[in-house]
Design a protein around this ligand. Structure first.
Ligand code: SUG
Length: 417
């Protein structure tokens, strides 16, 4: 079978909660302390996967990680009973749901050895995310264990932060053909941290054996980070030969567009002007945190959060765009409100891997009945609600651990313990 883009969604874990852990992520800070609904959150995620299948897209999933992370706590010489609240919350986070941050992926046509390369992201800027990568790597090694087709790499060592595919874009004539890879790093973000370091991006480009002549390193704009674009995928998204971007996404936009055009003359760059949609509106509505996908019928669709539809300025601009003659033909709003309240839109919840699905461990590939089975486990075992003052509750912890164990069992993935 030909290479296709498979979207792997992180199943939203049973410990999903709002602890306000991500400085620079406005939704996370403003919802700190709110009651979360893990069951509803995870069912919203499964429904998004169902909707993708109905659009004819290839879909996969990743399991939630084991939380609270007692090994990480032990490394800090503490445990859930004794840890200070901020450490307890960091150990408890379900943040691995945002699979766009799991890894950077270079599809086989772009690499010197003709294999698809995946590098787990170290996520070291945020404490609660810095301990994800060991669990993520174990999962990537299982899902992509076929070494004839995949090379899975460990995370880049400290001190260079790496946020995975959220700070990475690929442009290509079609998914299965060679393309150009664009690494987007940050230098400064006003009061907020720049999470992606250029040294990580360069290390990954080397590990993935990319052609330097087809690789770009582009700086995120400081004002975008300062406005709350903690990842580049909050202000830009690419698919095949289309880049859909906010005018203020990059520090040197003209140079960025010229470099892209030089490497790929038929790239189409759709720039959303700041005087039509401000950075504030872009970040509130998450219109760029969309899955920009190629439909089996040919045209492209933006699968975006329902918050984008609710913002009148954003929706009228988008509606005009799809009514025009451009490559994006359809808008598909999805409800991922529980994830959105922590700053995670539809695109954050998925990792794109271009591969032949037959070369991926079939246990990670979705179909309607498997998703129904997963939804059944979630409905039966995920907590209905969690407030941050409950994180040390021993009964809740047992429920969360048991819920994940039930899911691993149902998906025949108990070796991920
Ligand atoms: O890293 N939020 C995540 C959201 C990640 C979004 N991913 C992409 N843009 N690709 C983050 O900031 C909030 C957790 C909390 O506050 O409880 C959080 O980790």
């Amino acid at each position: 079978m030909a290479l296709v883009e498979i979207n792997f969604d992180g199943i939203i874990g049973p410990s999903h909660n709002y602890a306000g852990l991500s400085l620079g992520n406005i939704a996370s800070s403003s919802n700190a302390g709110a009651a979360s609904q893990p069951r509803a959150a995870a069912l919203q995620g499964v429904e998004k996967m169902h909707a993708n299948l109905r659009l004819g897209l290839a879909q996969g999933f990743f399991m939630p990680l084991d939380r609270p992370n007692t090994a990480w706590l032990a490394g800090l010489a503490t445990d859930m009973e004794h840890a200070e609240p901020h450490i307890r919350a960091a150990a408890f986070s379900a943040s691995a749901m945002w699979a766009a941050n799991a890894a950077t992926v270079s599809p086989a046509p772009d690499t010197a050895d003709g294999r698809c390369h995946l590098s787990a992201a170290n996520l070291l800027t945020m404490a609660h995310r810095s301990h994800e990568w060991h669990g993520t790597l174990a999962q990537l090694k299982l899902a992509f264990s076929d070494e004839q087709h995949f090379a899975v790499h460990a995370a880049v060592p400290p001190p260079f932060g790496d946020e995975g595919a959220a700070n990475f874009m690929r442009l290509c004539p079609s998914h299965g053909e060679a393309g150009i890879e664009i690494f987007v790093y940050g230098k400064a973000g006003g009061p907020f941290p720049a999470r992606q370091h250029i040294e990580s991006s360069k290390a990954i480009a080397r590990a993935h054996r990319l052609d330097p002549a087809k690789t770009l390193f582009v700086q995120q704009s400081e004002i975008a980070i300062a406005a709350g674009a903690f990842h580049n995928d909050v202000v830009a998204v690419a698919n095949e030969r289309v880049l859909f971007t906010h005018e203020q996404a990059f520090e040197f936009p003209d140079q960025t567009y010229a470099d892209i055009k030089r490497l790929m003359p038929d790239a189409e760059i759709i720039i959303v002007p700041a005087d039509h949609i401000s950075l504030a509106d872009a970040i509130q509505s998450y219109l760029f945190n969309a899955q920009l996908v190629t439909l089996p019928t040919g045209g492209m669709a933006l699968i975006l959060p329902s918050e984008a539809e609710a913002n009148e300025r954003v929706w009228s601009w988008l509606s005009e765009m799809v009514a025009g003659n451009g490559p994006i033909r359809e808008l598909v709003p999805v409800d991922v409100r529980e994830s959105m309240a922590n700053g995670g839109g539809p695109a954050c919840l998925r990792l794109r891997v271009v591969a032949d699905p037959a070369t991926v461990d079939a246990r990670f590939i979705a179909n309607e009945s498997k998703l129904d089975q997963i939804a059944g486990v979630i409905a039966a075992h995920w907590p209905e609600t969690i407030t941050p003052d409950q994180l040390g509750d021993a009964r809740l912890i047992r429920q969360i651990q048991n819920a994940r164990a039930e899911l691993l069992q149902a998906c025949d993935l108990t070796e991920l313990k």
